[in-house]
Design a protein around this ligand. Structure first.
Ligand code: C2E
Ligand code: MG
Ligand code: MG
Ligand code: MG
Length: 289
């Protein structure tokens, strides 16, 4: 009996593996034609100035409207696209599409023009065509370079520090802003960080998750904010979900925030008419109308 059950479990396990592998192969094949079939969409999540709660820009987050599997999120297909190299074309498409959208956003009446943040993966950073893709996207859309921020995760930056720093300086020379994404969960040392011409530090959601007292900011977050301050970087708190988290961050020196508490990513930039009841508690009086 026990032996049989064991054998069944093994069979199940193998079947599971086979299914995963098959699913992955199918995704890989589908990814090759995803752009020609026009199945990618870009959603936007607002980035909010914590002092005054004004929307200052949006982060572009890609989704795949798969014909049979429904809406797929980046964690399901970006890693596959990274491995096959499809990320290079996909990334160039996102840049173009998002820059075109952002060029049409109206500036808030009483504020600076809205910024656009676009994520780049490691494979894109090591692609010699990257600068060209950025230049093309800016030229085709007419978006001024200073309105574009390129986000790179800390883990991407530690790979080959010298070559990475060179690449980043090349991008900076285009006039764009650079942000270090998911900061605090990777392993970059202070000496690396100083070499990178970054403008913005995005503090990973896992730190914001540790806030449970609206009157007390965890020491780790205070440390990260201090580091940002020392390096003259603006700071963004990622993944603000509750009013308590927002309260703890207010007056902390953190420049900006982003998270479901303000708004979830959505197909177009939000305007008050587009707000849903869910996750938008703080934004109804914040958004540009
Ligand atoms: P990221 O750049 O750190 O983006 C933030 C992620 O956190 C997004 O997930 C967003 O929906 C989610 N998020 C925002 N606020 C909250 C919150 O309050 N709570 C929680 N639980 N989550 C929140 P998403 O859209 O699934 O993207 C995941 C990751 O995929 C991104 O992390 C980014 O690294 C990558 N990605 C997204 N779009 C692109 C792209 O166009 N190109 C590349 N190379 N990577 C992308
Ligand atoms: Mg990001
Ligand atoms: Mg992040
Ligand atoms: Mg991430």
């Amino acid at each position: 009996r026990a032996k049989e059950a064991g054998r069944d479990a093994v069979m199940c396990y193998e079947e599971g593996m086979r299914e995963t592998a098959q699913r992955r192969l199918a995704l890989e094949a589908d990814l090759r034609s995803v752009i020609e079939r026009d199945e990618l969409v870009v959603h936007y999540q607002p980035i909010v100035q914590l002092d005054g709660h004004r929307v200052v820009g949006y982060e572009a987050l890609v989704r795949w409207q798969h014909p049979t599997r429904g809406l797929l999120y980046p964690n399901e297909f970006i890693p596959v696209a990274e491995q096959t190299g499809a990320i290079v074309a996909l990334g160039a498409w996102v840049l173009r599409e998002a820059c075109r959208d952002a060029a049409s956003w109206e500036a808030p009446e009483d504020g600076a023009p809205l910024t656009l943040s676009v994520n780049l993966s490691g494979r894109q950073l090591s692609d010699p065509g990257l600068s060209g893709h950025v230049v093309d996207a800016l030229a085709a859309s007419g978006l001024p370079p200073e309105r574009l921020t390129l986000e790179l995760t800390e883990s991407v930056l530690v790979g080959e520090p010298a070559r990475t720093a060179e690449r980043l300086h090349e991008l900076k020379a285009l006039g764009v802003q650079l942000a270090i994404d998911d900061f605090g969960v990777g392993y970059s040392s202070l000496s690396y960080l100083r070499q990178f011409p970054a403008d913005i530090l995005k503090i990973d959601r896992s730190f914001i998750d540790t806030i449970n007292d609206p009157a007390k900011l965890p020491a780790m977050i205070r440390g990260l904010l201090e580091l940002g301050d020392t390096l003259h970087l603006q700071t963004v708190a990622e993944g603000i979900e509750t009013p308590e988290q927002l309260a703890a961050l207010s007056g902390s020196g953190c420049t900006m925030g982003q998270g479901f508490f303000f708004a979830k990513p959505a197909p177009g930039p939000l305007h008050p008419g587009a707000l849903t009841a869910e996750g938008t508690g703080a934004l109804s009086d914040v958004l540009p109308s």
